[in-house]
Each structure stands twice: as structure tokens, then as C-alpha cells.
Design a protein around this ligand. Sequence first.
Ligand code: CA
Length: 275
Amino acid sequence: MRPVLTLLALLLPGIALAQPVPEALQGAWFQGDCARPEAMLNLTARAAARMPRRGPGRLLRFAASREAGGWTIGTGRGPEAPRLMLRPAGEALETVEPEAKAREDRLPGEAPLSRWHRCAGAPPALAALHGEGVAVMAVLEHLEAGCGGGDTQACLGAVVAQADVSGDGRLSPAELARLARGAAWLVAVQEGMTAENLPGALAAGALAGQLAARLAVDGLDYDGDGRLSPSELAQDRAGFGTARGTAEGRPLHGEAAGAGLEALRGLLSGLGLLK
Ligand SMILES: [Ca+2]
């Protein structure tokens, strides 16, 4: 038994495991002056978002990660399987984004090494532009954890737990709109949008999100308190109650699906669009 365990311990670092980004490395990192950083890198357990002051940003959501030579190597999804290597260096963080052609056994290859440092506080303008998106980047990981198993109740519980800013256990239009705004940020960064163009994309996303959130609440708020409770979200969808129907009547066509339900589905599937 013992040799088997030892062997496993040796093998594990080489196997593609969905290991998270080490907790000590998570959060915001910067390059340059803290008052006006050249670039920001945000790490959550399973994702990295890099936003330079100029040029396109990048979002990497790790499908797998492994440890090798002191590096954590995260690999994203998609045909290119983009990689990010990170390791602590004293108080700093070092990263490499290996070229697509770099061989797995010769990492980091030719790509340059970047160094990042912490700042006591994020500059207000950066926080205003990216703060909500970064928060939803973390929310998304919780939703994926709660919604991956096919258990609707657990999934809805995760949605409410993550989206409920006010802590009243119910979701207001503003709380839903926040998710939509964060999703718009994630999609924009994933598409390589520059910091200059980001505000415009976020404004459009905010407007659409506001509308979707309002429709979702209007369509599902059965007790009319202006907020969605977990049971309202689950109503008729977490299982089958006794829905006997009636022999009377005949099939009707063209009945619109509940606009609110559609909007909520749109909101959540918008998050699901992310690679
Ligand atoms: Ca609430």
C-alpha cells in the first residue's frame, strides 16, 4: 500500500488536476505605480483577468492546472488551450504566458516573465471600472460549483447566496442587474476589449442587464414584494408537484413563455457563454 501511495504522490504533480490558484496568490496584482498602474491582474480560484492600461485585456478560465518546477500552470479551454504560469516571488508574483507552440515539457519557453506587486488599495477609477466584473468572476465559480451537479435546488441556492448583496435572502432587480453587469465585463475582457472601449460595452451591458433583471423580477415575484425568494425561483421548476391538468379545453398555440423566466434564463446563460 505504502509504495502505491508514494507513487501517487510523485505522479500527482504531473497530472492535469483542476487545482485552484493558490489562495495566497488570489486577488488583485499590479504593475507600475499604485496610483496609476500600467496593468492589473486579478486572480480567483480558477481564473485570471489581465487588464493593461493600453491594449486588449485577457480573461483565462482554467479548465485544468498542475504544479511543475515551483510554478502553478493553469490551462484554459478552447482549441488554443491558452496557459498561464504563476509563482510567488517573495512579496511579489511572477507570471509567464507561454506561447501557444511552447512544448509542455519546456515551459516557460521563450515568453517573457512579468512581475506583479500588491497595492494597499486599488485606484478608485480602476475599481469603478473593474470591481463589479471581478466580483462576478468569483461569483461565477461558485455558481459553477453549485450548478454542475444537476441539482436544481442546490443551483438556485447558489444563485441566491451569491447574488444576494443585501443579505435578506431575496433577489432584487438591482442584485440581478449587478450579475448582468459583471457578466458584460467578463465577456468584454474575454473578447480582448481594451480599457478605452470597456466603459461603452459596460454601459450597454448595464442597460440590457437592468431590463433583464426587471423582467425577471416582474415575471417571478409571486408575492409581489419586489424581490425574488428562493422558493419563487424554484416554483414549478425544482421538481414536479401534483400537476393534474384537466380534460376540458383544447390545445392553444402562440402562448408567450413567461417573459421573466426567459429573462432570468438569458441572464444565467449569458454567464454560461463564457469559455
Ligand atoms: Ca437581497
